[in-house]
Ligand binder design. Structure first.
Ligand SMILES: NC(=O)c1ccc[n+]([C@@H]2O[C@H](COP(=O)([O-])OP(=O)(O)OC[C@H]3O[C@@H](n4cnc5c(N)ncnc54)[C@H](O)[C@@H]3O)[C@@H](O)[C@H]2O)c1
Length: 327
């Protein structure tokens, strides 16, 4: 099997590439290296290009002739999407349409898409969300993900493609051997920020609001180890080959941890008592966002292996220490 991976040089893409290669699947990464890194490919094949350039993506697909595409490439910062919505509608939406057109022209019809829990906006209750929950994104980033899901659904209806959309919750952690890990220029994710604060890159860690209707007042999220996320893509590819298609799946553990709990665990693992301050709430942070993962477990037979906050933070910490030496 041959799989074209857009955004394979990024955080989740590179872990998925590694998992694909370990299964003997031939890959080609299509990436503009805007936030990704060539070292993250661990020597696998790279086609440098930007999805905004239709001719280039068409050429990559016609040369490689993949059986399927996994589409990670996107701009991913929620705050930035609020400040610069057109960037998000261009890079996420318009460029995905380029990719889909290039696939159709080359008779490639299978795609696994990186969606996000951001499509749910602010759920009405503190219950794990199901795929059938109302989708009401509250920022342009989440809007682009939902719009792409609608496009995929319409194209599937027209028998042009077969798709699986994975709505990730909070990806975290790193490869167990610290070969790859998260290396964004701007760290916005809680675990990464906490560990960078422990390393001294930031002088303090900010908690955005401690008066939410949760047991300790801080927001609760579902942190999923990036290697379990990577395996879900393999499950999705297998499913597409076995005719499970045109489905949307949540991908999280169904376990929630509060910001306070994550910070306590990060201090315990690093053995560093870094400074933490509570500031104003951010606009649009749901108090509780946890996945109901029944559907992916039942239909795709996805079996998570690393459902442990300890393991997630431990692998992220090992990676952060290595990253300091790389930089
Ligand atoms: N990180 C998370 O917690 C999370 C949660 C939900 C969904 N997602 C989704 O997962 C996907 C991957 O996220 P990530 O965390 O690995 O981000 P990332 O920034 O590390 O990876 C994105 C990759 O896409 C590439 N890219 C971006 N625009 C491109 C373009 N126009 N042409 C070619 N390449 C381009 C970047 O260089 C990078 O390698 C994204 O679609 C994101 O929306 C991530």
């Amino acid at each position: 099997m041959k799989v074209l991976v857009t955004g394979g040089a990024g955080y989740i893409g590179s872990h998925t590439l590694k998992a694909l290669r370990e299964e003997g699947i031939e890959t080609l990464t299509f990436d503009n290296l805007s936030t990704g890194h060539e070292w993250a490919l661990l020597g696998s094949q790279l086609f440098i290009g930007d999805l905004s350039d239709y001719g280039t993506i068409k050429k990559a697909i016609s040369l490689f002739k993949p059986d399927a595409v996994i589409h990670f490439a996107a701009s991913i910062q929620v705050g930035e999407s609020v400040l610069n919505p057109l960037l998000y509608y261009s890079n996420n939406l318009k460029n995905t349409i380029n990719l889909l057109n290039a696939m159709i022209e080359n008779n490639v019809n299978k795609i696994v898409f990186s969606s996000s829990a951001a499509v749910y906006g602010i759920p009405q209750s503190n219950q794990p969300v199901k795929e059938i929950n109302i989708t009401l994104p509250i920022n342009p980033y989440g809007q682009t993900k939902l719009m792409i899901e609608k496009i995929l659904s319409d194209m599937a209806h027209a028998n042009q493609i077969e798709y699986i959309s994975l709505r990730y919750f909070n990806a975290a952690g790193a490869d167990s051997n610290s070969l790859i890990g998260q290396a964004y220029k701007y760290a916005t994710h809680l675990i990464t920020r906490a560990l960078k604060t422990a390393k001294g890159e930031f002088d303090k860690l900010e908690i955005y609001g401690a008066n939410y209707p949760t047991p300790d007042g801080t927001c609760i999220r579902d942190y999923i180890h990036v290697d379990d996320l990577a395996q879900a893509h393999l499950s999705a590819l297998r499913a597409l080959n076995y005719n499970i298609k045109n489905e949307i799946f949540n991908i999280g553990y169904g376990t929630g941890y509060s910001v306070q709990e994550v910070i306590m665990k990060a201090k315990e693992i690093t053995n560093i008592d870094f400074k933490v301050v509570t500031v104003q709430r951010r606009e649009g942070d749901p108090p509780f966002l946890v996945a109901d993962n029944t559907k992916i477990k039942e239909l795709l037979k996805w079996v998570p292996k690393y459902d442990s906050l300890n393991y997630i933070i431990q692998t992220a910490w090992e990676w952060e220490k290595k990253l300091s030496k790389l930089q």
